[in-house]
Design a protein around this ligand. Structure first.
Ligand code: UD1
Length: 446
């Protein structure tokens, strides 16, 4: 198999990803008050794509990913890391092709890992296929300390020897490779489940992951690994069983639609009033959020090619939510839901149980006139009649998009600074929203 993967004509689609902002100082300017009507195509899930890219390290054959969100900054960062390791990565339109036959470097350096914590997901695949890996510790991030102890403990249970020196995780597999084991996670972790699932595909014998995470992105990764020849059962449950195989092969896989992007645009339509068709969106991946949205007064229907969302004209009602591992309410939609509660009738309580510092959007929403009181891990949001446009800034992806949502309904002009964060996880957000009637544009930073 060629080390440089090529695209087959049928898979490469003509759509090219929009260019990334040249400056992290670029801003988004929104003039609020327009209702959204029209169609938005939901991209492939960032949180699935990043792990699927790591899975390419498990084989010397080409992996082709369709519906890839190639315009995202996080995808570019992950490509940089994989290329640094010696993996060929090609991105064109919606297709990505990866080939890890020439990987000859097993170190993920600090400069690449600090940009994106998910880089830790190369640890399991490198260790499983090459018997060694050296990955910088990711360090803290804006939404909390986010340790990687569960990843390391699990890999050690597969027989890996792990030490931490000078900020790097050094891991080696025993002679003869990783050995299957039963691993019970003391806490549900998306990343640790994925890292261990990938490592176990090439381990000797059977691995059972108990108290595993059940997010749709994990199923997507598991389904792709099965196409590559892995033996995995129990996907979608909290017990995943993996029978190790000697090697994996190439495959072609279509990335699942991004449920968080879909949920964000459902909330956008709900807030502004209007009707949006969200092409490719899947309601079965948003069950918990939908229960809360319907209590708030939003009508959502699955149709042939996506999801139709409509607000019935009445003012939305305050609703309480609590974030939980899937299938509970997703922490990645908490900030957006809070933005929606800001102009709802009555109050709603938002409780965050996954990350300890995920209310950074609160002071910014307050600058726009929101009435929010934070008490520990909960925030009480008392709906106000209107928000007022302001200059705002957030330090993480979902907080930033919550400010965009608030700007869509605020009186006057809202300027969201540092759109760098948005470009990590939302493809062409200004283009998608303006095509549906929003007055939104990207402007250069001074
Ligand atoms: C993934 C998602 C992120 C989402 C999160 C929870 C990606 C790229 N990111 O992040 O968008 O918000 O799931 O749904 O898919 N923890 C430990 N030790 C560990 C690992 C995690 O204590 O070794 C803790 C974390 O600090 C956090 C909780 O477990 O409090 C859940 O984290 P985890 O599910 O691992 O999140 P990520 O995989 O990092």
């Amino acid at each position: 198999m060629s080390p440089s993967p090529s695209f087959s004509a049928d898979a490469a689609q003509p759509l090219s990803p929009p260019p990334l902002a040249t400056s992290s100082l670029d801003k988004i300017r929104i003039r609020g008050g327009k209702s959204l009507n029209g169609e938005i195509t939901i991209s492939g899930a960032k949180n699935a794509a990043l792990k699927l890219m790591s899975a390419a390290l498990l084989t010397g054959e080409s992996l082709y990913l369709e519906n890839a969100p190639n315009a995202l900054r996080d995808i570019a960062s992950q490509s940089d890391l994989l290329e640094y390791l010696g993996c060929a990565v090609k991105r064109e339109g919606r297709l990505m092709a990866l080939n890890a036959s020439t990987v000859d470097n097993f170190t993920a350096p600090y400069d690449l890992v600090r940009k994106m914590r998910t880089s830790i997901l190369v640890l399991g695949p490198l260790l499983a296929r090459f018997g060694q890996a050296r990955v910088s510790l990711p360090g803290g991030c804006a939404i909390g300390t986010r340790p990687v102890d569960l990843h390391l403990k699990g890999l050690a249970e597969l027989g890996a020897e792990i030490s931490i020196e000078e900020g790097y995780i050094n891991a080696t597999a025993p002679q003869g490779g990783l050995q299957g084991a039963t691993i019970r996670f003391p806490k549900v972790s998306v990343g640790a489940t994925e890292n261990l699932m990938m490592a176990a595909t090439l381990a000797k014998g059977t691995t059972i992951l108990q108290n595993a995470a059940r997010e749709p992105e994990i199923n997507d990764l598991g389904e792709c690994l099965i196409k590559m020849g892995a033996k995995i059962s129990g996907l979608g449950t909290d017990t995943i069983t993996i029978e190790g195989v000697p090697h994996l092969s190439g495959a072609r896989h279509e990335i699942v639609a991004d449920r968080i992007e879909a949920g964000t645009y459902i909330i956008a339509a709900a807030m502004t009033g209007g009707t949006l068709n969200l092409k490719n969106a899947r309601l079965d991946h948003l069950t918990s959020a939908l229960g809360h949205l319907s209590q708030a007064g939003i009508e959502v229907q699955q149709n042939m090619d996506g999801v139709l969302v409509h607000r019935n004209g009445h003012r939305l009602k305050g609703v309480d939510i609590m974030t939980e591992p899937y299938p509970g309410f997703p922490t990645d939609l908490q900030a957006q839901f809070m933005a929606m509660l800001c102009t709802a009738e009555g109050a709603g309580m938002v409780t965050e149980t996954i990350f300890e510092n995920r209310f950074m959007h609160v002071p910014e929403l307050a600058r726009m006139g929101a009435d929010i009181t934070v008490q520990g891990h909960s925030a009480i949001v008392r709906g106000v009649e209107t928000l007022k446009g302001a200059e705002v800034m957030a330090t993480d992806l979902r907080a930033s998009v919550a400010l965009v949502l608030a700007g869509l309904v605020a009186e006057g002009t809202t300027t969201v600074n540092r759109i760098y964060h948005l470009e990590r996880g939302y493809e062409d957000i200004t283009g998608k929203l303006s095509a549906c009637g929003a007055e939104i544009e990207r402007v250069g930073g001074e």
